[in-house]
Design a protein around this ligand. Structure first.
Ligand SMILES: Nc1ncnc2c1ncn2[C@@H]1O[C@H](COP(=O)(O)OP(=O)(O)OP(=O)(O)O)[C@@H](O)[C@H]1O
Ligand SMILES: [Mg+2]
Length: 265
């Protein structure tokens, strides 16, 4: 149990009559990578937002290193420490980066908040290096960067606060396939170096195959299948997972094909 860096226990979240998240549980071991897959609207993002603390669950618990994430901390320091533990990287870094703020300022801001007493100059250089952005990128504004570079900035900002878990919600979905591969490789390297756990949300089973150890498959808010990624993809038990796999002729999947296959069921 203490070996799990993240644990979700019986999460529920409804929006009116829509059960967006309906009894979702999973565990993420220290340094592990867990994929969440499922078609659009299956509850992946809602689950992620609950885990990160952007959304409140109706019921259920999120435990980080065995402690309830939502436990009301005593004082600002405690709350900041909690906020640090789980960091999110969104699909479109353009939307999560202020257009007027330089790369260096983005990183300094995160460092100032969480580590007011450390040497930020050195840390900024380390972070840029860690995500493969040269120090020349430090002065750039988001619009001067490519999509892949912006995603590197978003990853660096998340790493700046030294989290235990990174939640990546469709973090490479907006990128060209070749750039996707670069970012996925970068994330694999970072996981090896840092042992940060990943919760990797994607509708792309090719991505899941690349970067996760375990996977859960969601459908209509529920977990319909869970297990080691290699096993689930090699021998899916649930008809829905089979359907997902059959509709993936290449990396990524075609929503049209899935819709057609479902109508034919
Ligand atoms: N803030 C909200 N208000 C009302 N309904 C919501 C809200 N957020 C999500 N939902 C609904 O909850 C369900 C799950 O949505 P969610 O965004 O979690 O799915 P998803 O698996 O991330 O989908 P996608 O692959 O398209 O990103 C959907 O039916 C969605 O319409
Ligand atoms: Mg989503």
């Amino acid at each position: 149990m203490p070996d799990n860096v993240l644990e979700a226990v019986g999460l529920h979240r409804a929006y009116g009559s829509v059960r967006a998240v309906d009894d979702v549980s999973f565990t993420l071991p220290e340094g592990g990578s867990l994929g969440i897959v499922g078609e659009s609207g299956s509850g992946k993002t809602t689950t992620a937002r609950i885990v990160v603390g952007l959304e409140q669950a109706d019921s259920g618990d999120v435990l980080v290193r065995g402690r309830a994430r939502d436990a009301r901390g005593r004082g600002r320091t405690r709350r900041l420490a909690r906020a640090r533990e789980v960091q999110m990287v969104f699909q479109d870094p353009y939307l999560s980066l202020d257009p007027r703020t330089s790369v260096e300022q983005v990183l300094r801001e995160a460092l100032r908040l969480h580590f007011p007493d450390t040497d930020h100059d050195r840390r900024v250089r380390e972070l840029l290096d860690q995500v493969g952005l040269g120090t020349r990128a430090a002065d750039a504004r988001p619009r001067q960067l490519s999509g892949g570079q912006r995603q590197r900035v978003a990853i660096a900002r998340a790493l700046a606060v030294e989290p235990a878990v990174l939640v990546l919600d469709e973090a490479v979905a907006a990128l060209d396939v070749s750039v996707q591969a670069q970012i996925l490789n970068l994330l694999a390297d970072i996981r090896e170096e840092t042992r940060i756990g990943y919760l990797f949300i994607t509708h792309d089973l090719g991505v899941v195959r690349c970067v996760t150890d375990d996977v859960i498959v969601m459908r209509k808010g529920r977990v319909v299948e869970a297990g080691p990624t290699a096993e689930v993809l090699a021998a899916p038990r649930h008809p829905y997972t089979r359907l997902l796999l059959e509709s993936v002729p290449r990396p990524g999947w075609d929503p049209e094909a899935i819709a057609a296959a479902r109508r034919a069921l």
